[in-house]
Design a protein around this ligand. Sequence first.
Ligand code: GTP
Ligand code: MG
Ligand code: ZN
Length: 219
Amino acid sequence: MEIKVVKQILEWNEDCSNEIKETFQDKKIYMINVMGSPGAGKTSLIVNLINELRKEFKVAVIEGDIAGQIDAEKIKSMDIPVVQLNTDGACHIEAMSIKHILQYFNLEEVDVIIVENIGNLVCPAEFNIGEDIRIAILSIPEGDDKVEKYPLMFATSEILVLNKYDMKEHFEFNDTKVENIAREMNQNIKVFRVSNKTNQGINELVNELKIKINNKIKA
Ligand SMILES: Nc1nc2c(ncn2[C@@H]2O[C@H](COP(=O)(O)OP(=O)(O)OP(=O)(O)O)[C@@H](O)[C@H]2O)c(=O)[nH]1
Ligand SMILES: [Mg+2]
Ligand SMILES: [Zn+2]
């Protein structure tokens, strides 16, 4: 009985995600779903991506948090349209919430929507939210065993950001092992070694995203 209920929720979520995809296909909007543990560097990466992507695209942000609006305030201070989604305890974002939030944006004035998912390595990966791409962030201090222990997020993300690379010398983190394990579960995954402190790797990641965004919105 319980299993059946979960399946229904996921099916409903999938329908809703597909509706968002249709809207975004019509409006030529590219959606990026940024996922990772609390403190992995999601907001820091989004800030750095905005700084580059805004030179070419109109960017908007949906900030998912269980409570508060600290991250949304950071984005707002950059003069970027942002909506804070508070899940009131829920540990992931569902497509229905995204659909509901879209009314707060002028979608004619948006090329790229970046969603910061709830800090959590587990269930955000179970819910499609209409995204074109998933970026999974794993930061060096979290340890190099996380891809094996939390496979779904890495198996379903096209991009893996190994963040806080500036701290690598302080941790025993075998990035080649992580890359190999990620590629075993997901042949197409691209791995970027990034520091949001020194900006290492940001340009490479931005270039990759620009190609994907242009392929959709200028098609
Ligand atoms: N040294 C270093 N610190 C970083 C880097 N990226 C983020 N940080 C720091 O890590 C902490 C957490 O970063 P956030 O960007 O807030 O992480 P988050 O994933 O958005 O966190 P939640 O929204 O709470 O889940 C902050 O103190 C950042 O300054 C990095 O590349 N190197
Ligand atoms: Mg954050
Ligand atoms: Zn959850």
